[in-house]
Design a binder for this molecule. Structure first.
Ligand code: HXC
Ligand code: NAP
Length: 265
């Protein structure tokens, strides 16, 4: 399916367990394919059981050991239960991928307090909940990684989605703090920042349905939206031994989008 599977050694992720939120669709689903294809066991947590069941069946059909639990990451008890279930089922957790997110375009002046809170709760609080619940398991692993999926729009500010931008900026700050706090435990903590990725709910909702696809493509230096596997490959790199000295980093895979207007031409 992806060039990443050709780049990395077969069986690279054998005997590793991945706990991923929102792995039933989009970028998260692509990460499951790559890490599972490299030999990892995959445990997916999100809200929609149909999506989860389908993903696990498809992974299973491709020879990947996978399981799921329905979880709303806004609820710490649900997160803790799912992490516990994953560790019990697969004997531990090596890699946590914080991928679940919610988003919508809304001018900030019109955004309700609950609209703001909803996105902060899913993205930022959900990420903290997963990190906290996974920590006792990750510190037992010899290959521990936390990777959160963010966006450079957290750093720049995100007009029309200030809620999501603020949440992603918070996740990067949390990433930097945990990289230092949990380094003595051998846990490497990083983020991957995608640019607009074709065929995803986020791009469809924010750019395609709003008639901005062409405009947004022109804002990417490489003049194309990314592919799910572009992001999954970046995640695989950070999980691999090639990423052993990388912690507290934001790995940007955005086709040069962040510098398109920052640069002179
Ligand atoms: C204004 C909105 C809104 C909208 C919801 N709200 N949608 N406000 N404009 N379009 C407000 C509601 O009115 C409500 O506030 C509050 O948000 C909660 O809404 P609910 O529908 O009750 O929330 P919930 O059912 O929990 O759904 C959460 C969600 C939903 C975030 C609103 O869209 C969702 O589940 N999304 C998950 C999938 C997703 O968004 N994926 C994209 C990720 S992409 P009030 O005040 O009325 O109670 C991404 C980056 C994309 O993050 C980058 C592209 C480059
Ligand atoms: P997506 O398919 O909508 O993925 C988001 C996932 O999060 C869904 O599978 C959803 O599953 C899950 N989720 C949402 N709310 C949840 C909750 N409360 N509890 C548990 N799970 C929840 O969108 P995507 O575009 O692939 O986004 C994946 C990640 O990439 C997100 O972090 C997003 O911010 C980031 N990102 C995307 C792009 C892009 O171009 N698409 C660009 C930059 C960053 P359920 O509905 O089953 O809960």
């Amino acid at each position: 399916m992806s060039s990443a599977l050709e780049v990395f050694k077969t069986g690279l992720m054998d005997d590793r367990t991945v706990f991923i939120t929102g792995g039933g669709s989009g970028i998260g689903r692509g990460i499951c394919d790559i890490l599972g294809g490299l030999g990892a066991r995959i445990f997916i947590a999100s809200r929609n059981p149909e999506k989860l069941r389908t993903a696990v069946q498809e992974l299973d059909a491709n020879g990947v050991t996978a399981d799921f639990m329905t979880v709303d990451v806004r609820d710490y008890q649900q997160v803790e239960a799912a992490i516990g279930q994953c560790a019990k089922r697969f004997g531990g957790i090596d890699i946590l991928i914080n991928n679940a997110a919610g988003n919508f375009n809304c001018p900030t002046a019109e955004l309700s307090p609950n609209g703001w809170k909803t996105v902060i709760d899913i993205d930022l609080n959900g990420t903290f909940f997963c990190c906290k619940a996974a920590y006792p398991h990750l510190k037992e692993s010899e290959h521990a990684r936390i990777i959160s999926i963010t966006t450079t729009l957290g750093r720049s500010g995100w007009p029309q989605a200030a809620h999501a931008g603020a949440a992603k900026a918070g996740i990067q700050s949390l990433t930097n703090a945990l990289a230092v706090e949990w380094a003595p435990d051998g846990i490497l903590v990083n983020s991957v920042s995608p640019g607009p990725i074709a065929g995803t709910v986020g791009v469809d909702k924010l750019y395609v349905k709003t008639g901005q696809e062409e405009l947004m493509t022109s804002r990417v230096a490489l003049r194309r939206f990314g592919r799910v596997e572009d992001i999954a490959g970046a995640v695989a790199f950070l999980c691999s031994p090639a990423g052993d000295y990388v912690t507290g980093a934001e790995l940007v895979a955005d086709g040069g989008r962040q510098w398109t207007f920052a640069s002179a031409s």
